[in-house]
Design a protein around this ligand. Sequence first.
Ligand code: UDP
Length: 486
Amino acid sequence: MEKTTRIAVVASPGFSHLVPILEFSKRLVHLHPDFHVTCIIPALGSHPPSSIAYLQSLPHSKIDSILLEPIPKHKISQDEVTAYQIETTVNLSLPFIHRELKSLKSKSAGLAAFVVDIFALDALAIASDLEVFSYIYLPQAAMIFSLYNYSLTLDETVSSEFRDLKELIKIPGCVPIHGRDLPLVFQDRSGLSYKMFLERCRKFSSADGVLFNSFEALEPETIRALREETLNQAKKEEEKTTTQVYAVGPIIQSGSSNEINGSGHSDYCLTWLNNQPERSVLYVSFGSGGTLSQDQLNELAHGLELSEARFLWVVRAPSKVSSAAYLDNTLNENNPLDFLPEGFLERTKERGLVVPSWAPQIPILKHSSVGGFLSHCGWNSTLEGIIHGVPFITWPLFAEQRTNAVLLVHGLKVAVWPKANEDANGGIVERKEIAEAIRRLMMEGEESDGIRERINALKLEADNALKEDGASTMTLSAFAYSLRGK
Ligand code: UDP
């Protein structure tokens, strides 16, 4: 019988950090049945019910999990930024992580490696202590990893705030980018988040490799530049092993896991889509927690109305903070439909479906009636759109979403980006601009035909990357091969 290769993955707290690393694990054990994964999961306060439900959906003979003792909430200031709370939870959990990894290593089958989430980098020190190979799983674009990799250089060479730079920033292998479109963490260099971020970047080189959720054909230049960087590093430090890079995507949620947070809207949405013409519907969603202000919500509603396009809109109750629902699910307790402009539902009922808070995104994107995706450009949504060949209207809100939007619009050219009027209402995207972007994408014409041609080509490339002999499958096999017998 084939010997089992055991690895451990260390997630960081929260449902949205758990899912990507476990989806990666699922693909690994599916392609390499001789692998077994143990997932170690820290928590702040308690383990979220959504995480527990998700864990129950895993193939238990191949992936098991260890829920660590939650860190009591009073030990971490709730006033600090989310990244601080997440990292501190992992830090306070390190003794438990150490205990579990040591116990796994001492078992007869041993431990070939462990893979940590981007917010759990402090666990890398345990790897060197236990003499186990360690890897980082970054559920993001190669461009984001390149930027992280380049950020210490940027920090040394730029003295102003990045957003004030007149010239475009050139990250090796990436589409040039304005400072204002860098991830949110770069927008205030005096802030705690930025300092913590730079600390995180310093730890990258202590891992034996970084795996990220992208594929060769999506970001060829970026991945090539990252590999060259690795080679140069190898030349400089001959005796030291270098950080390898592995593009293993696109990995999106499979099976029923995309509907774990669902609230029973699945059949309803799909039945409605069945009655719409081919490629006619714009799907509008801001991810698992993106919210708009009340003014912006009104303007989007009027923009959709003005465009005369068909739409399926996942509406969330408004908030002044765009990531509010990401941190606080109680916002969903307000009925989002109460915040829409008066008469909107009645006026658009023949061509629009409005769904409160959550919809089954992957089945929707897969549906042939969907012809466009107005998205906040979270990386999962981005990959889900690409895999299903649905072009985008970009509407980035927070985190690294503006950078993903730059990649979609200027790098891949599969999206249009309606811009905010900075003089209006504190920078709002106005209804005419929204309607114009919808028409540009949804109506036939030179621009939208070009966009559709390119997104269809990317869809094919995404399929190819995951075939038996596809680039990402081969890369994952190379990773697995390097761990066997360790
Ligand atoms: N999602 C969903 N239904 C919704 C909103 C989101 O199924 O109504 C899923 C979506 O398919 C994606 C994930 O939630 O897999 C959102 O991840 P993403 O990285 O796009 O954004 P985030 O939620 O992290 O901002």
